[in-house]
Write a protein of this length. Structure first.
Length: 697
């Protein structure tokens, strides 16, 4: 059998001059001129572009995918065997009912159900398996559902091609029939007003930016919907939600560093009321209680955020009064306000904790755990007048546990423990939190998971995961998937690099804009620490990251190709400079505060050009690379990984394999069904096993 031959993308000169600097982008032709149409209708993709993507898919299948199919299936079955397929969520009460989701054995999508509040016969409100298109390869992205305040209707949404254009429908719960009301082109789901006859939603502009909020009255066509808010700044996104008390609809306009909120009385629809005008660098969010706003903000230099209050009828920043002042080094992540308690989720010393404060007494109590690394989440459900806090806990060795905490009595009840049907003993594994030293002396946390009895002698393969953008922290949580690597002798490591908020807001600030390269050097420092401490060796590490973490993968491939056995780059944001120069793309203007604006600033242009993965591909021996893309991805467009792989093929030296796999029927999140997503995970793990020599074909 002849050896598969990788496709070669042809080169077409594409010259441009920015800030007096001339550039040629020979693979620009892979960017579809009609990309907006392709997002809605993938079949509209130009034939020459489709032919190239399909040729890459065929090469991947012949050179690796078909050969690895057995191992992929084995890993897939292992991961699936750790999932309780017929699983139910915990009922969450709201008035006369309790709502929850349930999964059926062998089914890809959830059922939304409810029972009487105190238990009883179950009613299925929505079966997403019925709504999903059954044709093989079809996409069904469930956008969520919201029941009306009177419990008679359900507004639910779905995206059927992966491009994040949602259709909202309204179901009458007494009959199960859909009303005539249909909203096309929404950015998500609907938010009910108090009258149960009106809901609010956002729509996307031609460049896929959420920019308008509309009010829809049941029984009227979408063309009659009232425009409530329009965001004219192309750099800002718009969202809509509701405070837990139900008193206000909240419209948010924001980029990655600045926010502005508007309130609408949920009982008496009218013009939105501005809370505090946008001020560059000021972020805030809010909740409400008894006519008072509780605002989480970084105003006044509170880098790690504080909580302030203001009267709802005079919400301007001049009326903000500190309630919980900033504690440097303690990042406030989230705030929930209920009738008698203020609850906040914080991160201190890299670990989360929940702090509960009673309004009547001012007394505070803290929920924390003692493991070296763990994750926490919290919610109170639908009801404002409650004394129950629900929180979830897990660690890399410990499956998730969900507790209900009675805030009045302090009683803690275990409501659910994640089952692993194929078996899992936490004592078979160890987790560690280590610190790597970055070139500038900063200490980078690294979370490890490995089998108990592991001896650090440098012989183990390692998967090192990283992200490092938008302030998103990487939780130290349990994963049924990673055990398939750890059980094969891998050390699984997560590098909590700058660009996330793992060590506070400053950790984010020092990994964006002018400081972006800290993200890359932090990741490399984590790898070097693992090598020095003999957890692994150079050439035995597989680096993995997706989206903005895929940019990290492209950068570290250029900077230190010698460290890696392989690189897994999922929907990788690798064509940073060209994307930030193209203000017609969905995320470009809102992303300028994160990366810089190379259109307006020569300094930003030169800085991004110096690290952008696509721009810096060179004639060198790269490690094995596996890139994954989604044709209808509006966040990292398919042509970014396609162009990157094309340039790598043309310029790289050495014989290490290079693969591009494009999902021709999905977007940023990959396959929509839960089992189809597992198959994508399994093929990336098969790649990791192959390039490290754990598996041979």
């Amino acid at each position: 059998m002849s050896k598969p031959v990788p496709p070669r993308a042809h080169r077409i000169p594409h010259l441009s001059t920015i800030h007096g600097i001339e550039r040629d982008d020979p693979y620009h032709w892979l960017r579809a001129d009609n990309w907006q149409e392709v997002m809605r209708k993938p079949e509209a993709l130009a034939g020459d572009i489709r032919a190239y993507l399909e040729a890459e898919n065929a090469y991947f299948a012949a050179a690796f995918g078909d050969r690895a199919a057995g191992l992929q299936e084995t890993i897939y079955k292992e991961i699936r065997g750790r999932i309780k397929e017929d699983d139910s969520g915990i009922p969450t009460p709201d008035g006369p009912f309790a709502y929850f989701a349930r999964m059926l054995e062998a089914k890809q999508y959830p059922l939304l159900v409810r029972t009487p509040r105190d238990g009883g016969e179950e009613t299925v409100l929505l079966d997403c398996n019925v709504e999903a298109v059954e044709a093989e390869g079809a996409y069904f992205g469930f956008g969520g559902a919201s029941h009306s305040p009177d419990h008679k209707l359900l507004a639910w949404s779905a995206d059927r091609n992966g491009s994040e254009y949602y259709t909202i429908r309204v179901r009458e719960l007494s009959t199960g029939k859909e009303l005539a009301d249909t909203i096309e082109g929404a950015a998500g789901g609907g938010v009910w007003a108090a009258d149960s006859a009106t809901f609010y939603y956002t729509v996307l502009d031609d460049n896929h930016r959420p920019w308008r909020v509309y009010r829809h009255a049941l029984g009227t066509p979408q063309t009659a919907d009232e425009l409530v808010y329009e965001e004219k700044d192309a750099g800002f996104f718009v969202g809509v939600g509701k405070v837990l008390s139900g008193k206000y609809i909240v419209i948010s306009a924001h980029d990655h560093q600045t926010s502005e909120l508007w309130l609408i009385d949920a009982h008496r629809p009218g013009k939105p009321q501005l809370v505090a005008g946008r001020e560059t660098g000021r972020e805030y969010s809010l909740d409400e209680r008894q006519g008072e706003l509780f605002i989480l903000t970084n105003a006044g230099g509170a880098e790690d955020f504080k909580i302030v209050t203001a009267p709802a009828d005079r919400p301007g920043a001049e009326n903000w009064i500190d309630l919980v002042p900033q504690q440097p080094g303690v990042l406030v992540l989230d705030v929930i306000v209920i009738a008698d308690y203020l609850i906040r989720l914080e991160r201190a010393q890299g670990l989360p904790r929940i702090v509960v404060r009673g309004f009547a007494t001012g007394k505070q109590e803290t929920v924390r755990f003692d493991e070296e690394a763990y994750s926490l989440g919290m919610s109170v459900g639908y009801e404002f007048d409650t004394t129950t806090l629900r929180f979830s806990y897990s660690s890399p060795t410990t499956p998730q546990r969900v507790f209900d905490l009675d805030l009045g009595t302090g009683e803690r009840v275990l409501r659910k423990e994640q089952e692993v049907p194929s078996g899992h003993n936490p004592d078979d594994y160890e987790t560690r939190r280590l610190l790597a030293t970055a070139p500038d002396g900063e200490k980078v946390p690294v979370t490890l998971l490995y089998r108990k009895g592991f001896k650090p002698d440098g012989n183990a393969p390692c998967l090192l995961y990283g992200y490092g953008a938008y302030g998103i922290a990487m939780p130290a949580a349990f994963s049924v998937s990673t055990l398939s690597l750890v059980d094969r002798g891998f050390v699984h490591a997560t590098a909590h690099v700058r660009g996330g908020k793992d060590k506070g807001y400053a950790w984010y600030a020092k990994g964006r804009g002018a400081f972006k390269t800290n993200t890359f050097s932090d990741f490399i420092a984590a790898a070097e620490m693992l090598i020095e401490d003999k957890y692994t060796s150079a050439g035995k590490i597989v680096a993995q990251g997706g989206s903005a973490g895929g940019m990290l993968m492209g950068a570290i491939a250029n900077m230190r190709p010698d460290l890696w056995a392989g690189i897994i780059a999922q929907v990788p944001f690798v064509d940073v400079l060209n994307t930030m120069l193209d203000d017609s793309l969905p995320l470009t203007p809102p992303e300028w505060p994160e990366w810089g604006n190379p259109l307006a600033s020569k300094e930003d242009f030169e800085r991004i050009a110096a690290y952008a993965p696509y721009e810096n591909v060179a004639a060198k021996d790269y490690p094995a690379i596996f890139a994954l893309a989604g044709l209808t991805d509006p966040r990292v467009t398919y042509w970014e990984p396609a162009k990157w792989v094309a340039r790598l093929r043309a310029q790289k030296t050495g014989e290490a394999p290079l693969f591009l796999k494009t999902n021709m029927g999905a977007g940023h999140g990959g396959a929509s069904g839960r089992f189809d997503r597992l198959k994508e995970t399994a093929i990336t793990y098969a790649f990791a096993c192959w390039v490290t020599g754990v598996a041979r074909f």
